[in-house]
Design a protein around this ligand. Sequence first.
Ligand SMILES: [Zn+2]
Length: 354
Amino acid sequence: MNCISLVCLLLCTGVSSFRFEELTQYVNSHEEEFIKTLRQWIAVESDSSDVTKRSDLHRMMDMTAEKLRLIGGSVEMVDVGMQSLPNGSSIALPKVVTAEFGSDPSKRTVCVYGHVDVQPAKKEDGWATEPYELTDIDGNLYGRGASDNKAPVLAWIHTVEVYKALNIDLPVNVKFIIEGMEETGSNGLDDMIVAQKDTFFSDVDYIIISDCVWLSKRPALTYGTRGNCYFFAEVTDYLHSVFAKRNSPNKLNVTMVIGAKPWLADPKHPLYEAGKAAVKRVFDVEPDLIREGGTIPIARSFQDVTGKSIIMLPIGGFDDGLHSQNEKISRYNYIEGTKLFIAYLHEVSQIKKY
Ligand SMILES: [Zn+2]
């Protein structure tokens, strides 16, 4: 075979187009840098349920936007309005960060959703380490928000960064939508999705959510969530009547909230086939195909409003302890998960338009 036919063969088969080894070597050689960025993000107490931490949450959104700008994204911070508080006052919601990398109409366009707010955490709750100081113990990175959802968001950002650093064209156009109110019900996001349905979302083919975890030590693709409902209880000056002062409010308000409707995707959809191929390439196993007991309310909103196909592609470990004490993500999941995303973008680019 002469050189011209070899080049032709490589181009026709696409073999030359995916420089996976080079990309993963870059990830390996930048592991400590990626962990350093995660450490900086974990240090921000972006607890969306505590209004006294709202300035930290705003700072977290600024840091996210800045990181996306630094790697060449076209970034916007979308004002989603105010949050009403039980005492009648209101406070600004954290802005939603959107970013765009590439707008080549011949390519697929994916939109990665994530969040950078966290659940509350205090050392005295039973943490073995300081929750807002990323602590590496035997290859596990402990810190509030490590697995839910800061490391997965960073892994996606690093995915784009690695392609760019090596001057390799992104195989698909990539958009980001990163919010700061997920842990308290994604306040303001639904309206924003509706408002941007025909603009930001118009050219999006697929939405990717990495806000979930594996079921076992094997990687997983999540194709359904059950939905949930929960209660808000507001207690004011709740004393036994013997001690209660006359005229004290002494009230208990209980509100039931339907947190999410169930969400279900087709695990045979090309998006999932692409996921299986990416898992096979990085981990050399077949993924678990799972439905979750928890809820990712925004998945259903994305589906209902935009009509786009969605995949949940987790990188967190089954034992990461989301929402509880000693939350962590392992170095392995963080770093190999970044490679999974790198491979996934390539596999999605291979999906034929139909
Ligand atoms: Zn989450």
